[in-house]
Structures are given as C-alpha cells and as structure tokens.
Design a protein around this ligand. Sequence first.
Ligand SMILES: Cc1cc2nc3c(=O)[nH]c(=O)nc-3n(C[C@H](O)[C@H](O)[C@H](O)COP(=O)(O)OP(=O)(O)OC[C@H]3O[C@@H](n4cnc5c(N)ncnc54)[C@H](O)[C@@H]3O)c2cc1C
Length: 472
Amino acid sequence: MSHSLHEIPEVTIVGAGLAGCEAAVQLARRGVRVRLSEMKPKKRTPAQTSDTLAELVCSNSLRGASLTNAVGLLKEELRLSGSVVMKAALKTRVPAGGALAVDRERFSPLMTELVRSEPGIELVCAEVETIPAERPVILATGPLTSDALAADLALHVGQEHLAYYDAIAPIVSADSIDFGIAWRQSRYDKGGNDYVNCPLSRDEYDAFVAALLAAEKVKPREFEQVRYFEGCLPVEVMAERGHETLAFGPMKPVGLVDPRTGKRPHAVVQLRPEDEAMTAYNLVGFQTRMTWPEQRRVLGTIPGLAQAEFLRFGAVHRNTFVDAPVLLDGTMQLRALPGVYLAGQLAGVEGYVESAAGGLLCGIFLAQALLGQAVTPPPATTALGGIMTHLARRQDKGRYQPSNLTWAHLPPMDLGQKRMKKPARYALLAERALAELAPWLVAIGSPEPSGPPFATPPDDAAPEGSGCRTGT
Ligand SMILES: Cc1cc2nc3c(=O)[nH]c(=O)nc-3n(C[C@H](O)[C@H](O)[C@H](O)COP(=O)(O)OP(=O)(O)OC[C@H]3O[C@@H](n4cnc5c(N)ncnc54)[C@H](O)[C@@H]3O)c2cc1C
C-alpha cells in the first residue's frame, strides 16, 4: 500500500547534530516533510563553540579511510547511500594520512547550508524540554542532551535505562591473545569456559599497579567532572584506593587455577567475549581514563596481552544514551512509545561517523514506513548492518555500552583452514560487505553517491586518525 503525499505526516526531529541533520535530509529527499528543532544559537551544549549545525565538537577527524578499517568501510557505505554528512566531509577534506579529516570551519557551515537548502525541511530554533506530542518524532539530541529533555526521557523509559556517563573497558581481538599464557575457564568452572584469564604473579601485579598509577590519564573537561558510580570505577581510581584493591576487585583470582602451574595466581585479568563468534574480548572491569598510547603500553604488560590488538580503547566520559537492546526495536523506535525514534549517540552508538550512520538509517526506515514501503534493514554483513547489530546486542550481562564500529560487529567469514593476515581478512570482509550492500542500495531507491570514492586501497594499514575524546 502506498500513501499519497498529502497523507504523509510531517516528522519532527529534535537536535540538528550529525544524526539529526542526516535523518532530516534522508526523509526530505524521499518526500517527507521535516520540522527540525535545534536549540542553537539560543543555547549551546558545554562542548559547542559555534552556532552552525552538525558541529564537530572535538577532533576534526572522521577516522580511518582505508577499507581494511571498519569505520573506513562504514564511510564508504555512507558515501554510496548518499549521506549528506559524507557529502560535506568530502567537500571539506584536508590531508590527514590514512584518515578522512575535514576543515571544521568549512564542514559545519556547509552542513548548515545543505540542510537549509533542502526543500521540505523547516529549521526551528528552540530548546525542546519534553518529548513533543507530535508523532512521528526523532530525538537526536546527542551525548549532551539538555537536562530537561533527558529528565523527561528518563521518566518515560525508566531512569535505569538512561545513562549520563559512559565507563568503557577496552576490547582486544581474540587472535592477538597469547594462549600460551592465557587460558579459558569460568570462575569455579561455573557456566562453561567462556572467560579468558591472564595470570599475574605477585611481582607482575606490583609492577602493573605501579605502571597504572604512573600512567598518563585523559584530563576531564570542566563539564565532565565525573562523580563515578561505585559499580564502575576506573581501574586507576581503584588502584589509588590501595595496593591490593584490584586484587580483591576486578583482578581477584578466586575460583581460577592456572593450568601451567596448577595453582591460583596472585591476580587475574578476566576477558569476556564481545560477540557470539568470540572474535573479540573485553577486559572485565577495566574501564579507564588512561590515554590510548598508555593503555597499549600498560595493559600490554599483562601476561598474555603483550601483542594485544586493541579494537576499542577504554574511556570514561559524559554521555547520555539509552539501553538500546532493551528499549529500541529494529527501526530505532522506542518499544514503549510508538512513534518516538532515537538516532545518533543518544540511541547508543559512539562516534561522529556512527552517529551519522544511525541518523541515515533512522531517516530511511521512517521514510519507508511512512511511504507504505517495506522497511529494509541493511544486511548484517555490512558496516551499516553492524551498527544495527550493536544496537541490538546485549553486553556485559545486560549493561549496555555504546561503541565505535569494529569488525566484531560483522559476522566473521568462514575461511576454512586458511590462515590469513589481518589486512587480507579485513579486505575480504569489506569486499563481502560492498557486494551485499548493492541490492540494499536498490531497495532504498538507488541514491546518488555523496561524492567520488575516497577510500585508500585495502592494503593500506595506516593507523586511524583519532579524536581527543578517546585520549590520543
Ligand atoms: C566532548 C565530546 C567530544 C567528542 N569527541 C569526539 C571525537 O573527537 N570524535 C568522534 O568521533 N566522536 C566524538 N564525540 C562523540 C560523538 O560522536 C559526537 O558527540 C557526535 O557529535 C554525536 O552526534 P549526534 O548527532 O548524536 O549528537 P550531536 O552532534 O551532539 O547533536 C545533537 C544536537 O542536539 C542539540 N540539542 C541538545 N539538546 C537539545 C534540546 N533539548 N532541544 C533542541 N536541541 C538540542 C545540540 O545543540 C546538538 O546540536 C564526542 C562527544 C563529546 C561529548
């Protein structure tokens, strides 16, 4: 069944950041009228410094541009999907080695111009303090959602499902763990052998605690003077409380026996699988404010992790987001409030590019539904599909944490007995993703790409460009 255009309701979007602008443009291009409310210039979040839309509040990098990089693939998929954020990024690109970085002084003004020039979008300057009564509505107010709206959202979804801070433990790839040292065992052998354990002797523990205390940490910004929750203190804050605090906390060795010695080690770092295929593991209880290089150095002293490949680094920062797997359906709609959608960081993704991707998907899904078309989620094998996988995946025994996109969000490929170096494996994943994206692009109306191809060849193993938020 298809609707005639005059029957299609207008969509209200709150927040003209990366996700809100992207969703608005995707809807408007498909013939759906949008009312986009943004509190700037009347009011800014503590991180904003300009009055333009889709402001990049920290780094000017959209991270890696290579197809052997999960976020590089995501950007290529966004380009092919006609993303407005990618259009502005490609037009304002500055040289940045293996990364796609932009001139921020030109990026946000261009985004403002592109949104303003889109017929069908009405831009309104207003702080929205409660969830608007109009339906459908997309809330895309980001990690620093203003207090009144966050409080109203908490009333509707339950305080326990809305977070204001984010305490993230690092994630390492499974094949970078040294299983000559680490072993699989659950505490007291209860619940299978899902956990991986890295043992520390007393001397190794003493040296680790000393390195942790001395390591450089990311300084919180003024508005980030975090009052830590006792349940998820950064690992260095625990170490400051006493030399043995960690050995009685996240590094407790009880119920574990090192098969190499037949004894219980002095301390243990436990790793828990991130995905069903067990390609990635998080360091349980290791949320940290150490800078990225320091995480690599200090956590690399843990026996079994000397060669660890970090898929995500730890962090603690101000962030408003919901428990997506519990609250959202497969179209980013709040199960408990039909007609209310969340997009971007508020929905539980992390990062500029991931927020734009969330906005694009939310806008396309909603346009399809309003136009009476079948809603078509992207294939799980694509980077865009990986965003949806993350929003649906329960982690950490139910405690949801936002994440940048990593290869662990895409199903692994069956390579049989073949052993392959990582860049070659990632290139195959990217090839599969782009092949499977093609029919999806047709299903969403064969959009015009946002600009010329930008991705560097798959064999480029240049490190990602990065953001100050993440501590580099
Ligand atoms: C301090 C900080 C630094 C960050 N640095 C990086 C980085 O370097 N690299 C990276 O990849 N990611 C970074 N992020 C994470 C994140 O990717 C970005 O914040 C990203 O901009 C999120 O996109 P969004 O569209 O969800 O929200 P935003 O881009 O924040 O957009 C939300 C918009 O909603 C508006 N708004 C808020 N409340 C209301 C309201 N009640 N009514 C009307 N409008 C409202 C805001 O003014 C804003 O324009 C950072 C986040 C923070 C907080």
